[in-house]
Structures are given as structure tokens and as C-alpha cells.
Write a protein of this length. Structure first.
Length: 491
């Protein structure tokens, strides 16, 4: 009887392995929908992999590599966290999400890193790249050299922030390798990947990674979004001394990616008595790359069905019944996964409920412009940044109160019409943007002949633009024939 048991176990193992292999072949693949990966941080052992070696657009998870290259330069003594770097016109011109500093503004490597990792600030990624690599192209070479050394065979970089660019490619496999390398090579700097929030002047920005402060043991990494990639997330968590890394690419909302990552992590941490029946998936380095083009999810992510432009900072919640698209096959369905909150004790919560809850209270980390400061000098720097925010021109819609024109504003020719400038800013949904550039103004100005009382004209509303852009005044047209025409109506 004792001799038969091993044979039965081996036969059962082979049967289950065959069934799983057949199911994998028969199941519809979701290459165009999402890629998922779960690995052990220490060993690199793969616990789950779905489309993990399909090429993908990285979006702002690119900034993990930007942080890695920057902090490696700090560790090697080439720069320090206190090194001052300067905002260039190129950095200031990046699309949102960004800090919006004017060219010439200086800040430390330390503060730029915190702003980049928490707010996903595209301008700060360029500031770091130019400060360390001399230019975006120079830093991209450093990024690609590092990727090659780490074994990221499916990755190529063109810029440091992940905004859309030909040739900016990665995969869930390579992102898993990068996250492992960050934890292994830069343990003294890993606090940069799990800062819950930053405070700049009067403004507090929470981490776009919704697991931070919500999922028990969550301790990193970074989110990303562009229309072509969908919602991406690299996340890590530690429980009972065991650290796992989850990668989710192509989710349909900011909350969906967090829920999927939480489900992956929870399954990895939970005890599975049948784990010995599953065939080994090897290590993340041994996953075989797929030679294909990355899926383009632009229509799905940024089509007209969305009520507002999609962005990395997306608060849209997914339905709590039935899970999300593709999650049932990938994670067993939300109903089968529950979470223990404080101290890993009841009450039990679903993943979507956990992600929808308020994060744990945490003091935001102060960030500021200028050199490194402490004590009263730091307080003064924070106050100065707050004052700058107060005096800065508000963005968005302006007051519609009629303004009485100054003498200098009056046209020289009483019969001259003033043409209103047409807004040319359009919502940018290509990158990590909040869709806050909206052309919004309709302007009417009327000109009457001499001797006629001027009607109060509504001022032209400027389309909301980047903080460093200044609106140009409208130029009056040449004199036209006296009025009979109705006021011009431009939109």
C-alpha cells in the first residue's frame, strides 16, 4: 500500500497538470486586455503569469527606472540627494500630471524624486534626466544600458516619464525584474516608492497607488497611464516577512488596477494546500518573451464613452458585483477573495470595498523648491511656496464680470472691430494628464461708431493652459466699414 501511494500521487499530479495545460490552451487569451504577474521578491519565483511576456506600453511605471538610475548615481557618489537641479523650458513644457514650475526654478534631487514618485510629475522626471544625463536622450541611453544589465530583454526607453513615444516598450516580466532589482540593489532608498502623500505649500497630493495605506502590508511601487496602455500598476506588499510583487497592465480604471493587484497579492499570501499540484512556472527571468507588437488600447480607454478624460489619477470605482472585465479568469473572481483589515483580523472586506475606503491617516512628506533646508529655514521655504501658490493666477474659468476698458485698451479707430482669440488648447489624453486643458471661451465684442456709447464687453476667457504659459492679447483688426454688422461670435 505504501508503495502504491507515490504512484497515485504522481499520477494525480500528471492528471492535474494536463488538465491545467488544456484549460490554458482552450481559455480565451486576453493579450489585448491585460497582463498580470505575481512573483516572490526574494527568489523571483513566479506564482502567476498571464500574458506576462506580451510587450506593453509602460506609461509612468517608466519612472521606476528613472528613480533607479538616479538613486544608483547617488549610491555611487556621482551626485547627492542634496544636489540642486534646474527646471528647463523642456521640462516645464511636459504634459500633466506635473508640478508646473517655471523654467529656472531649482530644487534638490530628493524633492524632485518625491514629487515624481507620488504625483507622477512628468516635469520632474525630465528635470532629473537632464540633471544626471545632460539631456533626455543622454539619460535614455543610461536607462537602456541599465535595463540590459538587469536582463530586461523586452524593454526600451525613449524618455524618462513614459509619455507616448515610438519605441517606449516593456512587459510585465521586465517590470517584475526591475522591481526586484530596486529592492535588492537600493534597499536604503526604497522609502521613495511608498510615500503615502506629499505636501507642497498648501497643496496635498496622495499617492496614485491606492494600495498604499489601504492594503495590509503594501509598501510600493508605481502607477502609470496613457491611452494606449490602459491603467498600469507595479505593487509590492510584505506579510510575515514574505514580500510579493504584483504587476497589472491594461486595467480599465485606476481602482480596477488596484483591485486586481490586491487580489493577486492576497492569493499569493493565502495558504494553498494544493500548491504542490501546480506545475512550477520557474523564475521571472526564465519567462520566455513573446515576439509581437504591444496592444493599443486607445479606443477602449479614451473613447467617447468616458464622461471625463481618463488620467492616472482616476477615482472611478468599478462594480462590486461580478468583478471587472477579465478578472474572473485571472484572479478567481472578487467574491472569492476577502481581506482582513486592522491587524489582519475581521471584519472581512472585498477588494473593491478596501480600495474605496479612506487610506490610513499619515502625515504627508514636505516637499519644496530651493536647496535643502531644516528647522526654521524649512518652515520659511514651505511658507514661500504657499505664498507663490496664493499669488499665482488661478487656472480654469475666469470671472464673467464686465471690465471697463482702460484708455490704452480702446481701439484708436472708433469703427474698428476687435476679434476675439479662438481657444487652441485641447484636452490632452495621451499622457498622465488630468484633462484640465479645456478650451472654454465664447467671446463677443462689439464696435460702434464714434459718438455712440460703448457697450460693456465681456472679457475673453482664456482656455486653461499650463501654468508656465502666458496668454497673448488679441490684436485689433484693421478698420472696417461702419457698423451695420452684428457683433462677432467666436468659439
Amino acid at each position: 500500500m505504501h508503495a502504491i501511494r507515490p504512484l497515485l500521487r504522481n499520477s494525480l499530479f500528471n492528471l492535474v497538470a494536463a488538465i491545467l495545460a488544456c484549460a490554458a490552451l482552450l481559455a480565451p487569451r486576453a493579450a489585448s486586455a491585460e497582463a498580470l504577474l505575481l512573483i516572490e521578491a526574494d527568489s523571483g519565483k513566479v506564482l502567476q503569469a498571464d500574458n506576462a511576456t506580451i510587450p506593453w506600453y509602460p506609461a509612468s511605471v517608466t519612472k521606476i527606472m528613472t528613480a533607479y538610475v538616479t538613486l544608483k548615481a547617488v549610491k555611487d557618489g556621482k551626485i547627492t540627494l542634496d544636489t540642486l537641479i534646474t527646471v528647463s523650458p523642456t521640462a516645464a513644457s511636459q504634459s500633466p500630471s506635473k508640478m508646473g514650475f517655471r523654467p529656472g526654478t531649482q530644487l534638490t534631487v530628493d524633492n524632485a524624486l518625491k514629487m515624481m514618485m507620488v504625483k507622477s510629475a512628468n516635469d520632474m522626471a525630465v528635470v532629473l534626466a537632464e540633471g544626471i544625463g545632460g539631456s533626455i536622450d543622454g539619460f535614455s541611453v543610461m536607462m537602456n544600458d541599465t535595463a540590459k544589465k538587469l536582463g530586461m530583454t523586452q524593454t526600451s526607453y525613449v524618455n524618462p516619464n513614459g509619455l507616448p513615444a515610438d519605441g517606449q516598450i516593456t512587459s510585465a516580466r521586465d517590470l517584475g525584474i526591475l522591481a526586484r532589482s530596486f529592492l535588492r540593489d537600493l534597499p536604503e532608498y526604497e522609502y521613495f516608492v511608498h510615500i503615502p502623500a506629499i505636501r507642497f505649500g498648501k497643496r496635498i497630493t496622495g499617492n496614485f497607488n491606492k494600495l498604499i495605506g489601504r492594503y495590509p502590508g503594501a509598501d510600493g511601487f508605481k502607477t502609470g497611464f496613457i491611452c494606449a496602455s490602459g491603467y498600469n500598476l507595479v505593487a509590492s506588499a510584505t506579510r510575515n516577512g514574505r514580500r510579493l510583487i504584483a504587476v497589472v497592465l491594461g486595467a480599465n480604471s485606476g481602482t480596477a488596477r488596484a483591485v486586481k493587484a490586491a487580489q493577486l497579492l492576497e492569493r499569493g499570501f493565502s495558504q494553498d494546500n494544493l500548491s504542490w499540484l501546480r506545475p512550477s512556472l520557474g523564475t521571472v527571468d526564465s519567462l520566455v518573451p513573446v515576439d509581437t507588437s504591444p496592444p493599443n488600447l486607445r479606443d477602449e480607454m479614451c473613447g467617447g464613452h468616458r464622461k471625463r478624460p481618463a488620467s492616472d489619477d482616476d477615482d472611478a470605482l468599478i462594480a462590486t458585483s461580478g468583478g471587472t472585465s477579465g478578472s474572473a479568469s485571472a484572479t478567481g473572481g472578487e467574491a472569492q477573495v476577502t481581506f482582513f483589515t486592522a491587524g489582519l483580523q475581521p471584519p472581512v472586506m472585498k477588494a473593491s470595498e478596501l480600495m474605496a475606503s479612506a487610506p490610513a491617516a499619515a502625515e504627508p512628506v514636505l516637499v519644496y523648491t530651493g536647496p535643502t533646508r531644516t528647522g526654521t529655514a524649512l518652515i520659511a521655504a514651505v511658507a514661500a511656496d504657499a505664498d507663490q501658490q496664493t499669488v499665482a493666477k488661478p487656472r480654469g474659468k475666469k470671472s464673467r464680470v464686465a471690465k471697463k476698458p482702460d484708455a490704452a485698451d480702446k481701439p484708436k479707430d472708433a469703427g474698428t472691430k476687435t476679434a476675439a482669440a479662438k481657444p487652441d488648447a485641447k484636452p490632452d489624453t495621451k499622457g498622465d494628464t488630468k484633462g484640465d486643458a479645456k478650451g472654454d471661451a465664447k467671446t463677443k465684442t462689439a464696435a460702434k461708431p464714434a459718438g455712440t456709447k460703448h457697450a460693456a464687453a465681456k472679457p475673453a476667457e482664456k482656455p486653461a493652459a499650463h501654468a508656465d504659459q502666458a496668454a497673448k492679447p488679441a490684436k485689433p483688426k484693421a478698420a472696417t466699414k461702419p457698423p451695420a454688422a452684428k457683433p462677432a461670435n467666436n468659439s
